[in-house]
Design a protein around this ligand. Structure first.
Ligand code: SF4
Length: 229
């Protein structure tokens, strides 16, 4: 696996990546064919992670949203999932403001880095196994660059499985790790939490609500505070 020595080196490689032909095509098409944001120039490239790579907390999503990260160029920015996530991160003390609407909106994350398992928007939010495998080089390098990492919050099953694959590659046994909202696993000093993804579908149908998600963030905050070096 290619190893990047810094997040800057990783991101400069990432944003020109063309490894997945289906996604390279789709990330451009969604920008051209979008009526809601007609006239707006979409980012339409792989979307880098955002926040503090030296932080202790990693929030791992699935992929950029068509009119979220793929439009604005920042992960969890400019869509409904971002709205839900940032409101809760702010209230739990992990962000300086409760909104994430555009790349220059002043958002800063505290002790936290956010990224996605797949860096390009997939059709219907469903990546192929091969695309996830292609993109894992970036995710694994980001995780390796988080030297202070203590807690990972995986948003949805695909993010959870992607993190498990990383652990498997590192030689850890993950066979007892099952996706269940609110569940956590301790592996080699690292705590891995599961949450339903804050997608509009999950939030609108009540699968995930603010209270459930906020409580999880409070538990994580408390764990980080208790385990300060
Ligand atoms: S999904 Fe990842 S590997 Fe595939 S083209 Fe985008 S950045 Fe490259």
């Amino acid at each position: 696996m290619k190893v990047f020595k810094s997040i800057e080196e990783l991101n400069s490689n990432l944003i020109t990546c063309q490894k997945c032909p289906r996604l390279v095509k789709f990330r451009v098409e969604v920008g051209i064919n979008n009526n809601r944001f007609k006239g707006e120039k979409f980012w339409s490239k792989p979307v880098p992670g955002f926040g503090d790579i030296e932080g202790e907390f990693l929030v791992l999503g699935l992929a950029p949203a068509p009119t979220g990260g793929n439009r604005t160029g920042r992960v969890f920015t400019g869509d409904k999932s971002a709205e839900f996530l940032m409101k809760n991160l702010f209230e739990a003390g992990f962000a300086n403001q409760p909104f994430s609407i555009k790349i220059d909106d002043g958002l800063k994350l505290h002790n936290t880095y956010i990224t996605a398992a797949l860096k390009c928007v997939p059709p219907d939010n469903i990546p192929t196994k091969e695309e996830l495998e292609n993109c894992s080089v970036y995710l694994y390098n980001e995780i390796e660059l988080m030297h202070n990492l203590k807690v990972v919050l995986t948003l949805g099953r695909i993010a959870f499985d992607s993190f498990k694959n990383y652990l498997n590659k590192k030689g850890f046994n993950t066979k007892d790790m099952k996706f269940q909202h609110g569940m956590h696993y301790d592996i080699n000093g690292l705590r891995v939490y599961c949450s339903y993804h804050p997608s509009p579908r999950n939030v609108n149908t009540g699968v995930l609500n603010n209270e459930m998600f906020f409580n999880l963030l409070l538990e994580i905050r408390e764990y980080i505070q208790k385990n300060k070096d």
